[in-house]
Ligand binder design. Structure first.
Ligand code: IMP
Length: 404
């Protein structure tokens, strides 16, 4: 059975959650290997909207178990809330269906407070992600196993002293004891989920299970290969899967997800950004507001050089294009084919009308087919999945990724 990577080819929010949800019907595991509650996967199931932040999107399917790997950073209170919301929606998230790595780092209250202040210049999600990874790298972090063993208070005291020095004097920090007790309370409620998930993933691979590796954010937010310093603090690309799970992962199929246009939340370069009414139209029609923070997303045309970079990083074999329906009704659709002196050079495509009722590739308007064929040729990857609406059934599959 193949190991399949589903990864974002842009600045996040490409619609990976919907694609994972689609593939998970044929998968045994859906594995998160990086990021934290900065991610927001919006799923629409039977007309009902669910937003997942850290729980793997595959879990909505009874066959598929969820794993949160050691490369993720976990805010236990937010995780517990997500679990109870899913249960309330009738989804079984009992411990055998979901596991969290015991060596994943915890996001602490100090890190969240710090991110709200120091993350402003980057435009972070304010979820404490950057400080949590920073503390992990400077060997001043708390892992879940430390909380389980009750060995986290002294680290939190050191963390508090660090942030008290770093942050302005008028910022109030809770006591280390309060933070430690709060963590102990929440983590004790999650105890049944916490363990050596690397071993479980390894055994599943040996037993020939079908595994999805669910990337968070997108290639252009990768800490090494994205638009640094306007990036997140983890590896968002294929290379992060093995270290973020704790098992060498041979990714047999690498599926990159891209919108039919581009969006970005937060600050940083965006060469094809549209600051005019066309950008506003994309935002309105595409409901482009952040799933985690509600911030309006910046909108623009597709950027081929940026996508080529993302495709090379991920060794892409298959692509999924999402939200093609949002482009219906635009007179002209533009794609940047290169950048000259920092400015995008565009190729224009004829627009197309409504995609309502379209159920296969041949039924797409001719102009839409030309646009997609151009992307396939330029990116040298097969368009395997096309999403033309928010609901589960508006997903067209041209090439199967997992066997039935
Ligand atoms: P952080 O990950 O919260 O530190 O934010 C760093 C940058 O990544 C900011 O520009 C965020 O808006 C962006 N970011 C983080 N997670 C996501 C996501 O899931 N979708 C889109 N942008 C994200």
């Amino acid at each position: 059975m193949p190991n399949v990577l589903v990864t974002g080819a842009q600045w996040g929010d490409e619609g990976k959650g919907k694609i994972v949800d689609h593939l998970a019907a044929r998968a045994d595991y859906s594995v998160r290997f990086g990021g934290g509650a900065n991610a927001g996967h919006t799923l629409v199931v039977g007309g009902k909207k669910l937003v997942l932040h850290l729980v793997p999107a595959g879990i909505l399917h009874p066959r598929c178990k969820g794993i949160v790997g050691n490369g993720c950073v976990i805010d236990p209170a937010s995780f517990a809330k997500e679990i109870s919301e899913l249960s309330a929606a009738g989804i079984d998230v009992s411990p055998p269906r979901l596991g969290i790595s015991e060596i994943a780092h915890v996001v602490t209250a100090f890190q969240k407070i710090a991110d709200g202040i120091t993350g402003k210049a980057i435009g972070t999600t304010g979820r404490g992600i950057g400080p949590a990874y920073t503390d992990k790298a400077r060997r001043a972090g708390v892992r879940l196993v430390d909380v389980v063993r009750g060995e986290h208070l002294s680290v939190l005291e050191t963390q508090r002293a660090h942030y008290a020095k770093l942050l302005p004097d008028d910022v109030e920090l809770p006591s280390a004891k309060t933070v430690a007790d709060d963590l102990s309370n929440v983590v004790s409620g999650l105890a049944a989920y916490i363990g050596d998930v690397a071993e479980e993933v390894h055994s599943a691979m040996k037993a020939n299970a079908a595994l999805l590796f669910e990337g968070a954010q997108g290639a252009l937010l990768d800490v090494d290969h994205g638009t640094y310093p306007f990036v997140t603090s983890s590896t968002t690309t294929a290379g992060g899967a093995s270290s973020g799970v704790g098992v060498y992962v041979d990714l047999h199929r690498r599926l990159a997800v891209s919108k039919a246009y581009t969006t970005r939340v937060g600050n940083g370069p965006f060469p094809t950004e549209l600051l005019d009414e066309t950008g506003e139209k994309l935002r309105a029609l595409g409901h482009e507001f952040g799933a985690t923070t509600g911030r309006p997303r910046r909108c623009g045309w597709l950027d081929l050089p940026a996508l080529r970079h993302a495709f090379r990083l991920n060794g892409v074999t298959d692509m999924a294009i999402t939200k093609l329906d949002v482009l219906a009704g635009f007179e002209t659709i533009r794609v940047a084919t290169e950048h000259r002196a920092g400015a995008p050079v565009y190729r224009d495509f004829e627009g197309f009308g409504s995609l309502d009722g379209v159920n296969d590739r041949d039924a797409l308007p001719k102009a839409a087919r030309s646009y997609l064929a151009f992307l396939e040729a330029e990116l040298d990857a097969s368009l395997s999945i096309l999403s033309i609406g928010a609901d589960r059934d508006r997903t067209l599959v041209f090439r199967e990724i997992l066997p039935a």
